[in-house]
Design a protein around this ligand. Structure first.
Ligand code: ATP
Ligand code: MG
Length: 790
């Protein structure tokens, strides 16, 4: 007899025998509605409630309750969270509640992590082996490019990224290639998309690989095709719990329906006002049709908010009241009285915004708030840069959550690599990064060849490239590309001493074809990258030269904050879902940024409502203090624009908002100087700083290590020293160095060339030789690359 199936474990039985009563810690601190949601363990339960009402707490308490009651063992509970961080947090909270480790909860995680586990177990059903690889989006894209090339499709007209987003869209809807409806044919290349989707899936199978979407779609296909297996899982998962249900997409929904059937014990919690992933395929309708899908479901509404003060809650509710498409609910604040009003302040530009927020954070810190309780939530990732720069100057710890820091973003690193290589031709790492970015037909094989030659000659890749364009070692097509690449750099370097460095940066990004590469992608993601590139160029303005700017970047990159350290959190509004902080800063509430124009362009009113929900999510992250700011000028799309405050600001209630006079607000004259004349060095606000010791700072002083009065730690001093040591910008990499290696070979000498083999010199012109090779025929080669053979 198999006891493991039908009998609860001894420990569970012993715990069940323990007197429960009101003393059970997981039921303490729950209000009656929450408690009802926790204790209703048979059938379907939907907790539909606003932000901060304890939905996540209900889920945690419910798991503790189920385990303690012995209703299921840890591995019989399927619990889905939205992020890995949330899963970790939930695990931790359950451990605290029940006072023991829950390592045995293998099915607590995100849809993707659980999908991976399922697929590893049953990979053979979809033609994979269980050790399949999960491709990241770069690999995915590379694969699509190959397929597009194989079909002879013009990559420029039908960009691979567009195909990637179309296929992702299908996967979000749970559609395998055979199920894609024919009316979707227009989405990519008049039906070619569907053909390519098939080819792509086949190719993945050949590689024993999956992409993120497959982690949802494959398990669905497997369970649909194998009823017995499905039955086993239905029996196994005695309880299913889902957080942030409003943001599930169709595939995730299908997945849950499969596991629960119609009679399963499923408990979903969500808030229609916080549905913010519509653009990624989430369907808020999933929540609205819950009662239809699960007849007899119990719907629990929670109306007490335990997170925020009354003013913060009132502001958030008033704002979201402007949305038409909502179920509507009232929230009462239970958390310690009225509290402070939401603080609204206006600034001159984003630099002042960062400065002002930096000062407010220092004030909070002085008054005893740990930095860990403070967050800055931005609408677009490019906004982060200004804060990162400012905080490094102030020596204020920060961490960027849910994405790379600004200067670590792929497109920013690429651009920096162009600038570095221009300033410093020996920078081989920069060279390698961009030689084929955008694609120039100079792939891995060429780079390998350059490496061999550079090692042999003892000089930099760039120097070798410069020599190779004069000779015949490369194929003509590659030589032409390489020539263009090299000559571009030579030309840009000539401009370096005279041209304003921001202008030069702009020219480099354009002439190299780098910005064009992203423009051609035509996807929302590429749009974000273009914004980041513009922000990068903007961020150079305060520096005297390109070199000075690059030094600053290496300094910012040096500052790493450990997970345990006290630090301000910087993240996007999307990433902040479900989290809470004592103090929340919400910068950049301006039209054209928030609401984000893309959302409005693509989805009109529905897009606007989703943006408003995002604003609601932002405000409701705050427990004690919320600060909203907007700038009158912002550099967007390469030029200064006067901006107007976000429409969301006027949708806040007067009674709960304090206009924050602040050190800068309201004192700025309008500055309508022509763009070219405008330099942040001369912006009037520079001379209006509130804090006396910063009054006379000049921009250069502020960013030059020697003058940094705020440099806090040894680590940072070390970083400065390192930067200065590494500054060999003026050393020339050239003939002197390679001449020592180059050998002259007399006409008639027998030589060996690393690529062409043996031959005899027929002509010598300085360090350029003509050699008649035994196999390769007549070639022009560099003297440094051939060895004399005796
Ligand atoms: P969101 O919609 O933002 O995800 P939520 O509804 O999931 O919010 P929780 O994060 O579970 O809300 O709870 C918000 C805060 O209120 C947490 O700090 C939680 O500990 C606290 N809280 C929840 N319920 C109670 C309660 N009954 N008594 C005291 N505090 C509570
Ligand atoms: Mg929550």
């Amino acid at each position: 007899m198999d006891f493991s199936v039908s009998m609860p474990s001894l420990s569970a039985l012993a715990m069940q025998a323990r007197p429960m009563g009101d003393a059970a810690p997981w039921l303490e601190k729950l209000n009656p509605e929450q408690r009802e949601a926790v204790e209703t363990v048979n059938g379907a339960v939907l907790v539909l409630a606003g932000a901060g009402t304890g939905k996540t707490r209900v889920l945690t308490a419910r798991i503790a309750y189920i385990l303690a009651q012995g209703l299921a063992r840890p591995h019989e509970i399927l619990s889905v969270t939205f992020t890995n961080k949330a899963a970790k947090e939930m695990r931790h909270r359950i451990e605290q509640l029940i006072g023991m480790g829950v390592e045995g909860m293998p099915w607590l995680g995100t849809f993707h992590s659980i999908g991976t586990k399922l697929l590893r177990r049953h990979a053979e059903y979809v033609g994979l082996q269980s050790n399949f690889t999960i491709l990241d989006s770069d690999d995915q894209l590379r694969l699509m490019k190959q397929l597009i090339a194989a079909e002879n499709i013009d990559e420029k007209r039908f960009p691979p990224r567009l195909l990637a987003s179309v296929i992702d869209g299908w996967k979000n809807r749970g559609l395998t290639p055979d199920k894609v409806p024919s009316q979707d044919a227009h989405l990519y290349g008049s039906g070619l998309g569907i053909t390519l989707y098939k080819a792509y899936q086949q190719r993945l199978r050949d590689l024993n690989a999956v992409d993120f979407g497959d982690l949802l779609v494959h398990p669905i296909s497997i369970l649909q095709a194998h009823p017995q297996l499905l039955e086993d899982y239905r029996r196994r998962f005695k309880f299913i719990l889902v957080d942030e249900y409003q943001d599930t997409n169709v595939a995730q929904y299908l997945w849950l329906r499969l596991f629960s059937g119609t009679g399963g014990n499923i408990c979903c919690v969500g808030d229609d006002d916080q549905s913010i992933y519509g653009w990624r395929g989430a369907e808020v309708e999933n929540i609205l049709r819950f009662e239809r899908d699960f007849p007899g479901a119990k719907v629990v509404r929670l109306e007490r908010n335990y997170r925020s003060t009354a003013h913060i809650l009132a502001a958030a509710q008033h704002l979201i009241g402007h949305n038409a498409g909502r179920l509507g609910k009232e929230l009462r604040a239970e958390a310690g009285g009225e509290g402070e009003k939401l603080q609204l302040f206006s600034v001159w530009d984003s630099e002042e915004e960062a400065r002002s927020i930096g000062e407010k954070i220092e004030d909070l810190q002085r008054n005893g708030s740990p930095l860990n309780t403070i967050a800055i939530l931005v609408r677009a990732s490019f906004q982060m840069r200004e804060f990162e720069d400012r905080f490094v100057t102030l020596g204020l710890n920060y961490r960027v959550v849910g994405g790379p820091r600004f200067y670590e973003r792929a497109e920013v690193r690429d651009a920096l690599a162009y600038f570095r290589l221009m300033v410093q031709p020996q920078d081989d790492l920069a060279f390698e990064r961009i030689i084929n970015q955008p694609k120039r037909g100079l792939g891995d094989a060429t780079v390998k060849q350059l490496h061999v030659l550079a090692r042999a000659a003892g000089c930099s890749l760039f120097h070798i490239a410069q020599q190779l364009i004069e000779t015949q070692e490369l194929k003509p097509k590659q030589r032409a590309s390489m020539r263009e690449f090299v000559l571009n750099f030579v030309r840009w370097r000539e401009h370096l001493p005279n041209m304003p460095h921001t202008e030069l940066a702009q020219i480099i990004l354009e002439e190299s074809g780098y910005t064009d590469m992203w423009k051609q992608e035509r996807t929302p993601e590429a749009q974000g990258r273009l914004e980041n590139l513009k922000e990068l160029v903007r961020s150079m303005e305060p520096y005297g030269s390109m070199q000075e700017f690059l030094e600053h970047v290496s300094l910012v990159m040096e500052v790493e904050v450990g997970a345990q350290q006290d630090a301000v959190t910087i993240m996007t509004l999307h990433g902040a879902k479900g989290l809470e902080f004592d103090s929340v800063f919400l910068p950049g509430w301006e039209e054209n940024l928030f609401p984000h124009p893309r959302a409005l362009d693509e989805k009109g009113k529905a897009g606007l409502e989703e943006e408003r929900r995002l604003a609601y999510v932002g405000i409701t992250r705050a427990k004690l203090r919320a600060f909203i700011s907007f700038a009158s000028n912002r550099r967007m799309h390469g030029s200064w624009n006067s901006t107007s405050p976000s429409r969301f600001i006027d949708e806040l209630p007067h009674a709960s908002v304090d206009i924050n006079e602040g050190p800068f607000a309201g004192r700025m004259p309008r500055f309508d100087a022509p763009q070219a004349a405008y330099s942040s060095n001369f912006a009037p606000n520079r001379f209006q700083s509130a804090t006396p010791q910063r009054f006379e700072e000049s921009p250069v002083e502020r960013y030059t290590p020697q003058h940094d009065r705020y440099s806090a730690s040894k680590a940072r001093q070390h970083a400065y020293v390192k930067t200065i040591e590494g500054q060999v910008l003026s050393r020339s990499d050239g003939p002197a160095k390679s001449a020592s290696k180059a050998t002259t070979h007399a006409v008639g000498a027998r030589v060996f060339h690393i690529k062409f083999g043996y031959g005899r010199v027929t002509q010598a012109d300085g360090d350029k030789l003509t050699v008649e090779f035994e196999k390769a025929g007549d070639k022009k080669v560099m003297a440094g690359f051939v060895e004399a053979v005796v």
